[in-house]
Every structure is written in C-alpha cells, then in structure tokens.
Design a protein around this ligand. Structure first.
Ligand code: MRU
Length: 343
C-alpha cells in the first residue's frame, strides 16, 4: 500500500478502495469531484480525517479542471462542488471543516483566477500534510498513556486508512509499540460495515502488532474477565458535551466506566466542533441492506424494519481524556469546551 492513504498526483487523487479490503488492494485514481463524492458515499473512502482530506482534494480537482475566466466564476464552481460533497456524509465534521477552510480562503484570495486555482491545490495539500503531522503528534502524546503489557481495545478503524497517514487511535497504539512497549490490541468487528474486522486487523497485522478480533457483543465479557486495560477510539465529531463516533462506541464507554477502565478518544483538532452540542448534530442513517445482509447475502427476513444509525453519542462524562495534536485534554479542559473557551 502507498505510504499515504490519499495522494494528489498532478490532477489525479489516488487512494485505496477500502470497501475491497482486506481481500483486494485496488487503487482508485479519481479525476473529478463527483468521483470523490461517489467514493465517499460508497465508503471506498471513509474515516473522519480522511473525509476532510478527500474533500479538500475534491475541491482541488474542481479548481485544477476549471475553465473559469474569473475568480468569481471559479468560486461559484467550488461552491457547487461543495454542495455535492455536503450531500455525502453528514456526521464527520472534518468534511465540512476542510470545505469551509478552502472556500473561506478562496473568497478572500487576492490574485488572478490562475493563481487561485494553484492556491486551492496547495491548500488541499496543506490540509493533507497537516493531518499526517497531527496524527504523529497524537501518537506521541497518547503513547504516554499506554504502559508496557497493556491490552488496548479499539473500535471501528481509526488507523492510517481513516486518515492521511498513521492514524489517530491506531496512531497511539503504533507509537507505543514503536517505543518497544509490549502491547496487544482487541479489535471489535464493528457491525454493520465491519471496519474493525476488515481494516483494523489488516493494518495491525501488517505492522506486526498483536491483535485479537471479537464481535461487538463480546466487549462486556472481555472487560468482565479483566482482559482489557485501556480503550482508545477515534471520533467523527467532538462537540461541547460529547464525542460522536462509530455506532457501538457509547456501549463500550459505558462498559469501560462500569469496569473502571480508562476510555480515551484520539482525534485531531479538525474533528472539534465546539460551537455545537450533540443535539445539533445529524447522525447519519444508512441503508437497511447493511444490516439485513452480510455482503450480498441476506441474513434477515425480507421486509423486516431496520434501524441503521452509523454513529452514536458518548457524553464527555464517560471520557477519561482526549488526545489531540496539542496534547492530552482532561476533564478540566472539557469544562472549557462547554464554555466554548477552549483554544
Ligand atoms: O463510517 P466510518 O467508517 O467513516 O466511521 C469511522 C469512524 O467512526 C472512526 O472511528 C472515526 O472517523 C475516526 S477515524 C480516525
């Protein structure tokens, strides 16, 4: 696999098709914003920080291919591309953050249309580079919390595949492992899209980090048996009062609290959305077939009613600490979130 999960290559955006992993390694070479939007919709591209970088590169493709004669015309094309991207996945804030960052800078850009096109491409590249850097810092800070001999439970995939490089929760695990700590991981399969079973175990095995796969329903039992020392997960959005992450995260947080196990969230600041509370966030509902089928095989009777929220909400009370690129944030910092005075 390429060292970065997503790359700009002279007017092409290259990424790995995550819907085919671990069985097939297929590289997607996308040349338009709509191809990127389609890859996001079908979860070939997924994971909050990667959605941010993909959005930035989708706008870069729009600028790169534009025939606009004026800055105003280009900005209007970028805004239209932004509308397509906004209609893909509503919960991960990184998508909206990257789009707003590029559009706001484009609106106040001083220079001609050619210079603005180049600027948009550069800014997208900066967003990708910053994400890679943030993840290495998250790893460095978070590794301090991991001790030799720890067994760390993680949910979904918050690894290199969910980011530009290295990962957030898996970045913490990777950094601790690279420091020589003898750790192992319990990965939940993560129904219904199986990001844990398909992607987290794939990444960790590739790096030689010991990993054991369990189904989501086994978390309580393994905690009860004393098999988990710490939990580290990623986030799709951190608001004033909660962490929003893959469906199943809340259950794990409650079980961790019940068993006195630290529950850590690792995320870059591009995932922070501290002007909102959990009530303001749209939780993505995905199609019933993800639940009624495994792959193409139906496992539930036809016509059964299905709920398929992709994310859940974990109140900050359940979170021991949040690891971001600036360091480790504890309860006193969460109080600043509530007052919206965290910088
Ligand atoms: O639906 P997905 O696979 O995009 O959801 C991904 C997650 O929930 C991750 O935990 C989150 O985006 C953090 S990734 C560093």
């Amino acid at each position: 696999m390429q060292s970065r999960t997503i790359e700009w290559r002279n007017g092409t955006v290259a990424t790995i098709d995550q819907s085919r992993l671990p069985n097939e390694t297929v590289i997607l070479n996308m040349k338009s914003c709509s191809e990127v939007a389609d890859a996001i919709n079908t979860m070939k591209i997924r994971g909050a920080p990667l959605l941010g970088a993909a959005t930035a590169f989708a706008l870069a493709l729009t600028a790169y291919n534009s025939k606009a004669k004026s800055k105003e015309e280009l900005i209007s094309e970028l805004e239209k591309a932004g509308e397509i991207l906004k209609g893909t996945r509503p919960t991960a804030v990184n998508l909206f953050w990257a789009m707003d960052r590029i559009l706001n800078k484009a609106r106040s850009f001083v220079g001609n249309v050619e210079a603005l096109c180049a600027f948009v491409v550069d800014e997208a590249q900066k967003i990708a580079d910053e994400d890679a850097m943030a993840n290495h810092l998250i790893g460095k800070h978070g590794a301090e919390l991991i001790e030799d001999g720890d067994v760390v439970l993680t949910h979904c995939n918050a690894g290199a595949l969910a980011t530009v490089e290295y990962g957030t929760a898996l970045g913490v695990i990777r950094a601790a492992f690279e420091q020589g700590k003898r750790i192992s991981v319990i990965a939940t399969e993560t129904r219904p899209q199986l990001q844990g079973a398909r992607l987290t175990t794939y990444e960790l095995k590739r790096d030689g980090i010991p990993v054991t796969l369990i189904t989501d329903g086994m978390v309580g039992y393994v905690m009860y048996k004393g098999l988990v020392k710490k939990v580290v997960v990623g986030a799709d959005r951190i608001v004033k009062d909660a962490v929003i992450n893959k469906i199943g995260t809340f259950t794990i947080a409650v079980l961790a609290k019940e068993h006195g196990i630290p529950f850590y969230v690792a995320a870059p600041k591009s995932t922070f959305d501290l002007t909102r509370t959990s009530k303001d966030v749209v939780i993505e509902e995905r199609k019933p077939e993800e639940v009624t089928h495994i792959g193409s095989e139906r496992i539930a009777p036809e016509g059964v009613d299905v709920l398929n929220p992709a994310f859940d909400i974990t109140a900050l009370d359940y979170v021991t600490a949040i690891i971001c690129e600036s360091g480790i944030l504890y309860k006193k910092d969460f109080d600043k979130f509530k007052a919206n005075c965290y910088k």
